[in-house]
Design a protein. Structure first.
Length: 256
């Protein structure tokens, strides 16, 4: 399929984000997407009803955490690419056209980075900023890409990344975004970042439990580094065995 024909689904996971939905949805250029899919985690503030009344595809899923909720939405996704977007005000809708441009250029993963100059996060505090940078640096070490924001939700990527065996194997807790970044870097996929500010959130409550989620992400990164080491050692052993195997010419010489 030519790059210009690639389609994208805007995927928005929500739980009690009515204020954000009312403020953000009217600002989104719907012509950019083949589908807007809203995944509701059993909202009680009217978010589900509001999104449904606006005519969007809405599905309610009972998943243990946000990352699993997004993965469980896979059968409902119509686009070739997934653009994950939070309607809580952290994601700027005006950056969506640029993100779609990068999709049409054929990148596997496009990250809207809060830390790529001149972008800035206005929702960070000292602890979350420090944690984001350390964990991102650790994920950058998995491959050749020097990533500045491995954890942010605002991104676009090929739908089939959800089907990678590493996603299922290393998914433990709400670690989907950093795990996708880690897999893409390890597999040397085509990655790019575009700078994008992160405003303060609108309404709702921050669902991040800093130390708990940080420890889950760190555990995932350590496991990915062990996996990388295993791949390296397996390749090294295969090459050593190949070098030890006699060539065809040597075999014929021995027979003669």
């Amino acid at each position: 399929m030519p790059p210009t024909e690639l389609t994208a689904t805007l995927l928005m996971p929500i739980k009690n984000e009515l204020i954000g939905l009312q403020a953000i949805l009217p600002k989104i250029d719907l012509r950019l997407f083949v589908q807007v899919l809203i995944v509701d985690g059993e909202s009680t503030d009217g978010s589900y009803e509001y999104a449904k009344n606006q005519g969007f595809d809405v599905v309610q899923l009972k998943s243990p955490h946000l990352s699993q909720e997004m993965l469980d939405a896979y059968p409902y996704i119509k686009g070739d690419y997934i653009v994950t977007f939070s309607p809580d005000g952290n994601c700027l809708p005006e950056l969506l056209p640029k993100l779609i441009e990068k999709i049409k250029e054929g990148y596997d993963l496009i990250i809207v980075s809060r830390y790529l100059p001149p972008a800035k996060s206005y929702d960070d505090d000292f602890l979350t900023a420090l944690g984001n940078r350390i964990l991102t640096w650790s994920i950058s070490l998995l491959g050749r890409h020097k990533i500045t924001d491995a954890l942010g939700m605002y991104r676009g990527y090929k739908k089939e990344l959800y089907t990678l065996p590493e996603i299922k194997k290393y998914m433990f807790g709400s670690v989907l975004e950093p795990l996708i970044t880690a897999c893409a870097n390890l597999k040397d996929l085509k990655i790019c970042e575009i700078p994008g500010d992160e405003p303060k959130r609108l309404g709702g409550e921050r669902k991040l439990i800093i130390f708990y989620h940080g420890s889950l992400i760190l555990l995932m990164i350590l496991r990915m580094h062990l996996y990388r080491l295993k791949l390296f050692l397996s390749g090294f052993i295969r090459n050593r065995r190949r070098l030890r195997e006699p060539s065809g010419a040597t075999e014929n010489w021995k027979k003669n």
